[in-house]
Write a protein that binds this ligand. Sequence first.
Ligand SMILES: NC(=O)c1ccc[n+]([C@@H]2O[C@H](COP(=O)([O-])OP(=O)(O)OC[C@H]3O[C@@H](n4cnc5c(N)ncnc54)[C@H](O)[C@@H]3O)[C@@H](O)[C@H]2O)c1
Length: 340
Amino acid sequence: VSERVAVALIGAGMMGAYHAESLARRLPAARLAAVADPSEEAGRGLVARLDAGSVRYERDYQAVLADPEIRAVVIASPGASHPEVTAAAAQAGKHVFCEKPLGYSLEEADRALTAVATSGVLLQMGFQRRFDSGFLRTHALVADGTLGSVQLLRSITRDPELQRPESPLPWAIFRETLIHDFDVLRWLADSEAVEVFAMADTLIAPEYRERGLLDTAVVCVRFANGALATADASFRAVYGYDVRAEVFGSAGMATVGEGRLDSAWHYGPAGVSRPHAHWFLDLFGAAYTAELAHFVDCVATGRPAVVTGQDGRASLAMALAAVESVQTGRPARVANTPSP
Ligand SMILES: NC(=O)c1ccc[n+]([C@@H]2O[C@H](COP(=O)([O-])OP(=O)(O)OC[C@H]3O[C@@H](n4cnc5c(N)ncnc54)[C@H](O)[C@@H]3O)[C@@H](O)[C@H]2O)c1
């Protein structure tokens, strides 16, 4: 048996905890070596819950970067830290799996990409929808020509519950949430976005409007190959977490994402019903595991990752164009300048 890939987790919050469990328990090719988080409660707490004596806790992520045994890191700290942590990990020669987004501006994203390119490490972005079996089959129907030429696409993301922090993250609906939809649309359209037109509002929590929270948005996208798309998002769907996509082409259509929790239906006097997934881990647990399995395999074999830093940059460019469009009230060009 070849040696397990030693991986450190940076950022032990909600997403990091799931990735840590995957590394510690679900992926035989990986070994979770360390967890870094400035919050002892989060970091030590996660290590204790994993009940894995060999996993060490560090307050400062630099300590795990200095450990020659660790070959790769999974970054699940907040988005604002991603460019800095990605660049530091790359400079330390560690392969990087980075949760979305790559950063909040193209300048900082490009600094991280330069560090990655210079050191020659692998960078995989956390766009797990690309590892979901339904999304994969939809993509295959495009790639093998079954749908003909792609003309229209749509992508939908609805979170079950609105977070109401004191100061909401600016533009989160585009830079944190719809960035998934932008990545999926690029992937399914097999083309780069050239122009977007976005509208957004505060419909769920109007009392948060003056704090800059946007909780509802719709975005129109034009791709270089002519395909047209829409993406929309809401931060509160009363029926649960809802992620769907549709590709309409000259030879047919594919839809994905019915949000079912399991395959059982209930037949009763009021009709037929089935439970709907409430939480994102219900829908994408297998995809989160599959994306890390791919990352660990790429680290072990030297193969390139199928979701790259360039994908992180291109989806960020779409999100930033959507922000610009909301600010100006007009369509915005997507900045697709060459990157490192
Ligand atoms: N792919 C997805 O579907 C998905 C879903 C949820 C979250 N995410 C992403 O995962 C990341 C984390 O989100 P979350 O919901 O788990 O957040 P969270 O707030 O629950 O956890 C973040 C953790 O990072 C820690 N942290 C802060 N600065 C750090 C640093 N410099 N080094 C190490 N740790 C640091 C915090 O103490 C906290 O424990 C975000 O980038 C988010 O966009 C992705």
